[in-house]
Ligand binder design. Structure first.
Ligand SMILES: [Mg+2]
Ligand SMILES: [Zn+2]
Length: 218
């Protein structure tokens, strides 16, 4: 499967290191891969994939991307679900992707309550550091697809390209971005970090993960 971005395509066979730079796809889970719920996803039965998301993940994987999932699961700290249930949910997700010839390379979750002020809850970047260490490859410049504003912040805080989908909380996040763009016209704001590679306001927006995969992959 070829990549639409011409420079990426051309260097595919000649510049391995260059390819590795862009070879990881980072995904949020709830609202991107499966329907989100304000009362948390607490069982395997409540985990329902968004149409086309599994196919999209398998397509990215078959195209050579390594796929990692970065997800806040405070339901664990709140006592709403057990870690074994979470593992069962991820096993279901992984087996669905595998049935389409793809692979999920890793699932990294934050089990903490927001009050715990841990280093891994998005928008903090602890889970991205973990994934980088696990994959032994830099995540810089990789795509990070999310539906929450905190996903976009997390992406730019670690030098990844923020991608927003309108599924889940995405429409709400899009409104916030629109508002910030209007504000920016009145007041030039610096990036979230000095010399940041990407800004939250540079976020590219797609209807859902399937739409994003069609725009990046043939
Ligand atoms: Mg989400
Ligand atoms: Zn955490």
């Amino acid at each position: 499967m070829a990549i639409k971005v011409a420079f990426f395509n051309r260097r595919r066979y000649f510049f391995n290191a260059w390819e590795l730079k862009l070879s990881v796809l980072v995904l949020d889970r709830d609202g991107v891969i499966n329907f989100d719920s304000d009362s948390y996803i607490k069982s395997v039965a409540e985990w329902v994939p968004i149409e086309g998301s599994i196919e999209a993940i398998a397509k990215f994987s078959r195209a050579g991307f390594r796929v990692v999932i970065i997800t806040n699961q405070s339901g664990l700290a709140r006592g709403l679900l057990k870690e074994s249930t979470l593992q069962d949910i991820h096993w279901k997700l992984e087996s669905k992707v595998e049935s389409l010839g793809g692979k999920i390379d890793g699932v990294f979750f934050c089990p903490h309550h927001p009050k715990e002020n841990c280093e891994c809850r998005k928008p903090k970047t602890g889970l991205l550091k973990k994934a980088e260490h696990f994959l032994q490859v830099s995540l810089k410049n990789s795509f990070f697809v999310g539906d929450s504003y905190s996903d976009l912040q997390c992406a730019v805080n670690f030098g990844l390209r923020p991608i927003l989908v309108r599924s889940g909380k995405g429409s709400k996040t899009e409104l916030r971005l629109q508002q910030e763009r209007e504000d920016e016209v009145l007041q030039i704001k610096p990036g979230s970090l000095p010399n940041a590679d990407f800004k939250v306001l540079d976020t590219a927006i797609y209807d859902d993960l399937a739409h994003f995969s069609r725009s990046v992959l043939f």
